[in-house]
Design a protein. Structure first.
Length: 190
């Protein structure tokens, strides 16, 4: 019985330490040192939360840049991929369908190379980024639908350069653009 009471005390001590004290301490430090990141990198416009820099959103309107496809409809709770293998017929059909839709939606020539991130969903289904090449393929559609002048189109290309993120530590990943941030900048063009 004495051993049981000692083990129960140790269990309760470590439960409080690792389940209450440690999480509160780390949360407090994060709130002081990285308040934006600790709160989900939320983007606020006119006192309203419109999204997060970390979670992709669906943009179906022709006046906006399209996001990367999502296997979970951009729902962060069951995030994940389709888990289709490269030899799966369903995946091949889905990729062909997405390629056809991207080319038709952006009024591109069928010989255009569609970047892979516009054909495949990310592993989480929530990736908020596309490549600068995928964004560039959508410029003509957006300029046409929004009736952008050549100066406004040049301004949009300037936004590309400003918003293009380099690979982390200059070697991890690829150059990328956050679609939500790009679409917000697009709305600023007068």
């Amino acid at each position: 019985m004495k051993t049981f009471i000692i083990s129960l005390k140790i269990f309760l001590f470590f439960t409080v330490l690792t389940g209450v004290i440690y999480p509160l301490l780390i949360t407090g430090i994060a709130q002081v040192v990285f308040p934006g990141k600790a709160n989900g990198s939320l983007i606020v416009k006119k006192n309203e939360i419109i999204g997060s820099e970390l979670i992709g959103q669906q943009f179906d309107s022709a006046i906006y840049f399209s996001s990367r496809p999502s296997a979970v409809s951009y729902n962060p709770l069951p995030s994940g991929s389709s888990n289709y293998g490269l030899t799966n017929v369903k995946l091949k059909n889905l990729v062909a369908k997405r390629k056809h839709q991207f080319i038709a939606f952006n009024q591109l020539d069928s010989l255009n190379v569609v970047p892979s991130e516009m054909l495949f969903a990310s592993a989480s289904g929530l990736d908020p980024h596309i490549s600068p090449q995928a964004a560039a393929l959508q410029v003509n559609r957006i300029a046409k639908v929004r009736n952008l002048s050549s100066n406004q189109t040049l301004q949009l290309q300037q936004y590309f350069r400003e918003l293009t993120e380099t690979p982390q530590f200059l070697l991890l990943g690829e150059p990328r653009i956050n679609v939500l941030l790009l679409n917000l900048k697009l709305d600023e063009i007068k």
